[in-house]
Structures are given as C-alpha cells and as structure tokens.
Design a protein. Structure first.
Length: 449
C-alpha cells in the first residue's frame, strides 16, 4: 500500500503541475491556436501524471520510479515505428557490437510485424541460413517464451548468446503449419562480397550486406573476375537478394562504382535541416557501361534498395526479381546519460527520381516468380543421404606429417577450386540467376550489332 507521505508527495506534484500550467499559458500562448495546443499538452501531461500516481498507489507491488519512467519512455518511442527504440546500456552495447560485424548469434536480420518478429533476411553462411530460415518467416516463440509483447531488442537478446549453445525458434511460414527449428549459435562474421565467373564474359557478384569496406571489396572482386576471364567482363549479375542493408555511405559508394552520369545516388528528407542530405554521383564506371542485372527480392532492404533504386533511376541496370522489403527510413542513434541511447527515425530515403522506398520498396523491371529449376526427384531425402551429404561431416584428412607446406597449400587451393565449381553449378540452377544470364546474353548480342 502507499503511505500517506507518498500520497502527499504526489498530490504536491499535481498542485505544482497545475500552478506551472497556469503560469505558462499566458506567457507562451500568443494566439488562440497556441493557447489551445498548450492546454492540450498540459491535459495530456495531466493524464500521464494521473496514471503514474494511480500505479504508485494501487499496483500490487511497489514499483521503482525509475522503472516506471523507463517503461514510459520505451512505450513512447517504440509506439512511433518498428525501428525506433529507447536503448538500455546493454542494448546500446549490443547495437554497437552488431555494427562491428562480429557477434555470437544466429545470423538473421529481424523486424517487428504485428505481435511477431519477422525475418527480413538470413545472412549468408550462418546457422540460420543453413537451418533454412527464409525472408518473411515469422518467429512466434523463442525457446519457451512467446514473442507477443516483446520488443525487438528483447528478441535479439534471447537469440544472441555464447557460441555452441542452442536456441529453439517456433516459425510460422506462409502456407505451412507452425514448425520448430533448433539452431546452434556461432560467432557471426559477415563476408559482404563474393564473386564468381559464371561463364565466359559473365560475372556474378553477391553482396550480402553493406559494411564500410564493401565497395573496396566489390572493386577488388570485379578485378579478380576480369583477370580470371582474361579480358573485361561483357556483363554482370549483381545479387542483392536477402540483403538487409547496412551502412548508407557503403551503398552510395557501391552505386558510384557503376554510375557515370551526373546527379544523385539518394537523398534524405526529415523535419530538421541536418536530416536533409543529398548524396551525389561520382564519375567512373568499373564495368565500362557493360550491361548489369540487379537481382532483388522481398528480403532486399534499406541500403540494398538504395543501390537498386539508384541504378534503376539512372537506367544503368535492369532490376529483376520481386518487390523489395520497403525499409526506406533513416535512424539516428543519440547517446544519453549512464550508457542509455535513443534510436529514432529522423528521415526517409528517396531515389534520384524522388520515389520513396518506405513501405513501397523497389519494383523490379522484370518480375520473377520464386521457382526452382532443380528436378525434385534428384533432391536427396535424409533416409538416402550419405555421410558426405550431411552438414558438418568429418573429412578424410591426409597425415600432415607426410605432406610438405607446398602440398598442403596446393591441397587447400584444390578444395577451394572444387567448392567454387560446385557453387557455380548451383548458381546456374538458380532460376533468378538463370533468367538474368539469358537476358544479359541477349543484350550483349544486341550491343555487338
């Protein structure tokens, strides 16, 4: 129960509140409109104070004032949109850890949808990716804890943890019954760019996320493919499917590697002048105007949408696939006292032609359905699988004592070469890549005529 002294304190607070309201109204309200706004403000503040006071008096347990204020601030911020949040010191630390690109977890980028946590995209070569988690999956339970009522940060906190520990996710997927997936956590390190010579003169580059070194890695990868091809590439497939985004400057730098026209890559608009920014194009095209196809899907978000939108508006690339995620907002991190932080949406992204990405996404020039070129009969079932077909199987190893350092290096290079061949064969059976490749071959023929 609330003591008389505590009740008296809250009563005094309310008296002071009304006195303050009476003093401020004539001082700041110069017009009837301003007076009405100020009256409405104090009425809302009165409602807040009343609820605060009632909880202090009536709630079954005594609640610390700081806890109530923290909860009130969280509710105020998270009610704005799925990307804004009030960060406690641990959450602020986790956010900085994520930005570093190395953390213990599952390897998925998530957002809130209704009362569920939605998978925006799995990150390549991570436990979640290998477990078959897909863009659009809804996580309704983490371990034995229902997601309903959780914040996004609560979900992140439960899914992250020490490497080699297990977490159980209950997944709801379109047209499927809810199912459970057990995933073992790993240290997640993101390799943002991978490239392969798909066939003679056609390069394939996958960008899985946008980090500070991504543009530099992309340039190096193109140069590597040119060297492997013995001449300049005639065309390129840039795969941004299931790319959740990342650093804005990285998206601008990547776009500028291909755009040679004067203009904008992207611009942002917000309510305050510092949120209104324009990112201009820079001369130079590492592909020398050769045809480019950009692949996107519903898991392509944020920085990936900026690149796709810029190349589409400048008519530098043909966009193929499915409409992207539609995350076109800018978040600013504000450091508060005692390690707390505020992540708040401050602007929206716009493509060079003025299209807003937010909640609309980038529509492909050529829409593709997510179908498979694989013969289903060829897919192995677990009952017929051999040891070599299972993830994590033990390799037959040569005795290191019998191999020279040159032989060990050669063996590793051979393994990588064999793995690359398998990857290229798999890519050729990918419907999106197959269609992109066919289109590029046709465009190359037209360009030569």
């Amino acid at each position: 129960s609330m003591t008389f002294f505590n009740f008296f304190k809250h009563s005094v607070f309310l008296i002071l509140f009304y006195s303050l309201a009476g003093a401020l109204l004539p001082a700041y309200a110069k017009t009837d409109s301003e007076k009405q706004k100020l009256e409405a403000f104090f009425k809302d503040l009165e409602s807040f104070t009343r609820v605060f006071s009632d909880i202090k008096q009536l709630y079954v347990d005594d609640v610390d004032n700081k806890e109530l204020f923290d909860n009130a601030i969280k509710g105020m911020v998270t009610g704005l949109d799925p990307h804004s949040n009030y960060l406690e010191p641990k959450e602020q630390k986790d956010l900085l850890e994520s930005a570093s690109g190395k953390f213990g977890g599952l390897g998925i980028v998530i957002g809130m949808k209704d009362d569920s946590i939605q998978v925006i995209s799995p990150i390549d070569d991570t436990p979640a990716y290998r477990a078959g988690i897909q863009a659009g999956d809804l996580i309704v339970k983490i371990g034995d804890k229902p997601v309903r009522g959780m914040t996004l940060e609560d979900g992140v906190d439960l899914m992250r943890g020490e490497p080699e520990t297990e977490v159980q996710l209950t997944i709801v997927r379109k047209n499927k019954k809810p199912f459970v997936v057990n995933i073992v956590r790993e240290i997640i390190t993101i390799t943002s760019v991978k490239g392969y010579l798909l066939e003679e003169d056609i390069g394939y580059i996958r960008i899985s996320s946008f980090q500070n070194p991504t543009a530099k890695l992309l340039k190096e990868t193109v140069n590597k493919l040119v060297k492997e091809n013995d001449r300049y590439l005639e065309s390129l497939i840039l795969d941004l499917r299931n790319n959740p985004g990342g650093v804005l400057d990285s998206a601008v730098d990547v776009s500028n590697l291909f755009i040679d026209k004067k203009g904008l890559v992207v611009y942002t608009e917000g309510r305050i002048p510092s949120s209104n920014l324009k990112f201009k194009t820079e001369p130079g095209d590492i592909m020398l105007s050769s045809p480019i196809v950009v692949l996107i899907n519903e898991g392509s978000a944020s920085a990936a949408e900026i690149v796709a939108g810029a190349l589409q508006d400048h008519k530098r690339a043909i966009i193929m696939g499915a409409t992207s995620f539609g995350k076109g907002s800018v978040q600013t991190i504000i450091e508060l006292e005692d390690g707390y932080g505020l992540k708040v949406t401050t602007a929206r992204y716009y493509t060079p032609s003025g299209r807003s990405i937010q909640a609309k996404g980038i529509e492909p020039d050529i829409a593709l359905k997510n179908i498979s070129l694989e013969n289903e009969k060829e897919e192995s079932v677990i009952g017929d699988a051999k040891e070599k077909d299972l993830n994590g199987h033990l390799e037959v190893e040569d005795d290191p004592s019998e191999l020279s350092s040159e032989e060990i290096i050669e063996s590793q290079e051979n393994k990588k070469e064999e793995q690359d061949k398998k990857t290229i064969e798999k890519l050729k059976k990918d419907y999106f890549v197959h269609e992109a490749s066919n289109l590029l071959k046709a465009l190359t023929v037209l360009n030569k005529q």
